[in-house]
Design a protein around this ligand. Structure first.
Ligand code: PLP
Length: 372
């Protein structure tokens, strides 16, 4: 039995020689950042691969989101989900906007489109849903609401790289979608991210905002930030993109093995593949209903940890319960999100995870005894 720790994910790496070959020209060019050749090439490749109209690279996914919101010149309230990573909510707040939390759908944990309408008022300017775990939101319903109320829609697609819905790239919905290329995501550039968007004009604004708002040598037009992807990051992306399909197939094999081993157990709710969606199999979130299966999420987490397996409580706590937002939000207003957040555990899933390791993790999950 393996003594090495198994973590929730493990960064995929291209063959070392491939990366070295890729970056060799940088020693000749001395052009290391500031939208160089690799940056331009990766932008071209990803625009095509993701089937999106336009795409702009960033130093990380969070800055892609923060600056995309800034580029839209929004003010007021943004309807969003508390069942997400810190970045989503922080990006809203750091833009001086107010997050308004909508509950989630108990089936796929994405924002419950039915419940968006009742949160709209004259201050609402946008909707920021999350394709959480790569589950694609109810994009048709969201688009209909947004059109009726003239709201912007920005998707946090950090988990949904490479996915399609009925043949359309996931990043082609709404006004913009942001992706994360962090080392722990299914496709990565070590750190990195992108914003995919419909309106070409937004691109000029994003280009300036990620480079201090600089328009030309002597003109600074916006209060920008510094969020440029460098050439080494872009080169890593170019290499990793070549292997993405193959890695996805490996994750799919592990995903299906998990399902096979854990299926049909009372109180253990497994992720399902959505109809019409090509998934990237980035996560394996399991909900443990203690009253039915006899043990809690925390007991499973502890049991795995005692055996050197590190699952993660994604997403607990809800972002609306973070200490930094103490007293500002009430998570009892999103009871489904709260329920799931207290019971969900994301099991390890990555391309190199073997069938034997999946089987071992499943045995440990099923052997969990409740603490008394
Ligand atoms: C990872 C992630 C981000 C932020 O991405 P970084 O590239 O790490 O800045 C945003 N939203 C969600 C839901 C994420 O999981």
């Amino acid at each position: 039995m393996s003594k090495n720790p198994i973590r929730v994910t493990r960064s995929s790496m291209p063959p070392m020689e491939e990366y070295i070959q890729e970056i060799k020209p940088l020693w000749e060019s001395h052009w290391l950042t500031n939208m160089g050749d690799y940056h331009q090439e990766l932008e071209r490749q990803l625009t095509k691969y993701l089937e999106v109209p336009n795409l702009s690279l960033f130093a990380n996914g969070h800055m892609a989101l923060e600056l995309t919101l800034q580029a839209m010149h929004l003010s007021g309230e943004v309807i969003t989900t508390p069942f997400t990573f810190a970045s989503t909510t922080h990006a809203i707040v750091r833009n001086g906007l107010k997050p308004v939390f909508c509950d989630i759908d108990p089936k796929d944990f994405t924002i419950d489109a039915e419940k968006i309408k009742e949160l709209i008022n004259e201050n609402t300017c946008a909707i920021l849903p999350v394709h959480v775990y790569g589950h694609i939101c109810n994009v048709e319903a969201i688009e209909a609401i947004a059109r009726r109320h003239k709201l912007k829609v920005i998707y946090d697609a950090a988990h949904a790289f490479g996915e399609t819905l009925r043949g359309a790239g996931v990043g082609s919905f709404g006004d913009a979608s942001i992706f994360s290329f962090h080392a722990t995501k299914v496709f990565h550039t070590i750190e990195g991210g992108a914003s995919a968007y419909g309106q070409k004009a937004l691109g000029e604004e994003l280009y300036q905002l990620k480079n201090f708002g600089i328009l030309s040598e002597t003109a600074v037009e916006g209060v920008g930030s510094n969020a440029k992807m460098n050439e080494f990051q872009a080169a890593m992306g170019i290499c990793n993109l070549r292997h993405f399909q193959e890695e996805t197939q490996k994750r799919r094999t592990a995903f299906l093995r998990y399902r096979e081993r854990l299926e049909g157990r009372r109180g253990i709710v497994l992720p399902k593949e959505q109809e019409g969606v090509t998934h990237n199999y980035g996560y394996f979130p399991v909900v443990f209903e203690e009253s039915e299966c006899g043990f809690s999420r925390d007991a499973v987490y502890d049991n795995l940890k005692a055996h050197n397996v590190y699952a993660r409580k994604y997403f607990y706590p809800l972002t609306s319960d973070f200490a930094c937002y103490h007293g500002r939000f009430d998570s009892s207003a999103t009871p489904v999100a709260r329920h799931i957040s207290q019971r969900v555990l994301t099991l390890p899933l990555y391309a190199g995870l073997s069938r034997r390791e999946v089987d071992r993790i499943c045995r440990l999950v099923l052997a969990t005894k409740q603490e008394v």
